[in-house]
Design a protein around this ligand. Structure first.
Ligand SMILES: [Zn+2]
Length: 399
């Protein structure tokens, strides 16, 4: 452990790298669940103001959610036609069962070259890395020909109502344009440098109730079994090939998540049956076209005798940011630092990139390894934190 930390300090001294690890620890040490968290947002504001950023803490509230503090910070805004933004979130998910953590979740303890703590992977270290990269960059490039911005929310992990989405409108109303945007979500499944994200699948969830006619199992001709109808619908949908995927997307997929029936006896055909399912779909479809298809299958299968009720909720549309200048720069920087050729992927869950894509010309997600995100004993490798700082610095230098 001492040897490894020694190597790290060696690097600090000889390459004049400000302490990105210390900054990561400081952020982890401020517990910041989704919502109003002035402490973590003010900490970042104070830090960035020392680097001559103009900062605003923007609080949004609404009747349908809790209030949230967000931070906007901008360097060199008037002098530039282009801007590079870093978007991220300071909020973390709950630590869960404290007893199961090997080290306290908000201590930011370093053991065997790993920095432990809630938010290490997702995504406080990435925020620290970008600040660190900017700090080094501005020392030799105090007047870059592009503006540098931070868009930091404290509400990505929860409902996100008063977070990034509203900040983007706020920026638009101010006339502040985002040209390129990096999102610091942890993008790598196993190893730093293997994957960046240039889009995401869409997600739509369905709740289906089929109404039949209750009766005795011995006299099925006098009843209408809703479970049979439900199974037929689900079989058709599960067997349906939505598509074969394309260059950047896997094939769309349906997963059944729940089946039940309020039945009281083994000799009773029940009155209704209920199921839930979710479809992760690629950019060949929209949530509307998927919903229409499901409705059609239900109508046809239920037939004239039966009734059904179908409701759906869209979590996000599929999107693809065709890789352009920023994706090329990010891939090259990763290759130089890690010697890996990153996959340009659209896999995984949703992120705030789905909102940001509508406000900029290119958004790319590049962060640490997501293996321990949201888990007990979340950590980030010190070596990979340093690599991420280097990658961000190379991106700033290449723009
Ligand atoms: Zn995250």
């Amino acid at each position: 452990m001492y040897f490894n930390r020694g190597k790290y300090f060696f690097k600090q001294i000889f390459f004049e790298m400000p302490n990105n690890i210390l900054l990561s620890q400081q952020l982890i040490q401020i517990p910041s669940y989704s919502g109003v968290n002035k402490e973590v947002i003010e900490f970042l504001k104070n830090y960035l103001e020392k680097l001559n950023f103009t900062c605003d803490i923007v609080e949004f509230s609404s009747s349908d959610s809790y209030p949230v503090n967000n931070l906007h910070a901008i360097y060199n805004p008037n002098n530039s036609s282009e801007s590079l933004y870093f978007a991220g979130h300071t909020d973390v998910v709950k630590e869960g069962d404290l007893e199961r953590w090997t080290y306290p979740p908000f201590a930011g303890k370093i053991v065997d070259d790993k920095l432990y703590g809630r938010g290490a992977s997702d995504m406080k270290c990435a925020i620290a890395c970008f600040i660190n990269a900017v700090e080094i960059f501005l020392k030799t490039n105090p007047k870059p020909n592009f503006a540098i911005g931070f868009l930091i929310t404290n509400d990505e992990e929860n409902d996100g109502i008063n977070g990034t989405k509203k900040m983007l409108e706020w920026l638009k109303n101010k006339g502040q344009k985002i040209t390129y945007c990096l999102v610091g979500e942890p993008t790598n499944p196993n190893q730093f440098g293997e994957m960046i994200k240039i889009g995401r699948r869409g997600s739509i969830s369905f709740k289906l109730t089929v109404h039949g006619k209750q009766g005795h199992v011995a006299y099925p001709q006098k009843a209408l079994n809703p479970i049979t109808i439900l199974i037929n619908i689900l079989k058709l949908l599960k067997d349906h090939k939505f598509d074969n995927g394309n260059e950047f997307f896997d094939a769309s997929n349906l997963e059944i998540t729940h089946i039940s029936s309020p039945n009281s006896g083994s000799n009773v055909i029940p009155n209704s049956a209920y199921c839930e399912f979710n479809i992760r779909f690629n950019n060949i479809h929209s949530s509307k076209s998927i919903a229409e298809l499901i409705e059609y299958v239900c109508q046809k299968t239920v037939g004239l005798d039966g009734k059904y009720q179908l409701i759906h909720r869209v979590s996000g549309e599929a999107f693809l940011n065709s890789p352009k200048k920023l994706a090329t720069i990010v891939s090259k920087a990763l290759k130089e630092v890690t010697n890996l050729d990153p996959e340009l992927s659209t896999s995984g869950g949703t992120s705030d990139a789905r909102f940001i894509k509508d406000y900029c010309s290119e958004v790319v997600e590049i962060g640490l390894v997501n293996e321990t995100a949201h888990k007990i004993d979340e950590f980030a490798n010190i070596n990979e934190i340093n690599q991420l700082s280097e990658v961000y610095l190379k991106i700033l230098k290449s723009l």
